[in-house]
Design a binder for this molecule. Structure first.
Ligand SMILES: [Zn+2]
Length: 144
């Protein structure tokens, strides 16, 4: 499967190369193959609180995501745009929206991580095999 990534927003584009990114409108000459993206970009983690870490892609690409620790489990709120196999595993990835699903399918393959979407986003074409709206126990608040 051909996988392109938009340099404007980090959106992953599968099986197609539209003239412009459907999410941010960036022209197709700024789409790059996943392998090139993995070589040029990395995910940087910074502390927000003892239980929360912020993940950003450098150079800047996509949106910030967050790692939340409960003491027992850990989840991401949204997913980095870039696949970085050196990141610490999470039990689940919880999305606040259907766009910027980033590299979640790659992390799911690597870690067996569960991916949860808002029910209204489950029809998204990148959402194959993901679950509905409820997160793992202890992380359901705000996602029901
Ligand atoms: Zn884009």
């Amino acid at each position: 499967m051909k996988l392109l990534i938009c340099l404007g927003c980090g959106q992953h584009l599968f099986d197609e190369e539209p003239d412009r990114c459907p999410l941010c409108g960036t022209a197709s000459n700024r789409f790059r193959a996943e392998k090139e993206i993995e070589q040029r970009y990395r995910v940087v983690t910074s502390k927000v609180t003892d239980q929360v870490r912020r993940l950003v892609v450098e150079p800047e690409l996509g949106i910030a995501s967050y790692r939340v620790e409960s003491g027992q489990d850990s989840v991401w709120i949204d997913c980095p745009a870039v696949f970085d196999r050196d990141l610490e595993r999470v039990e689940a990835i919880l999305f606040t929206h259907g766009d910027f699903m980033g590299a979640c399918n790659r992390y799911r393959e690597l870690w067996g991580t569960e991916v949860y979407l808002n029910e209204l986003d489950t029809g998204h074409r990148f959402a194959r095999g993901h679950r509905g709206p409820q997160g793992p126990r202890g992380f359901q608040a705000g996602f029901a």
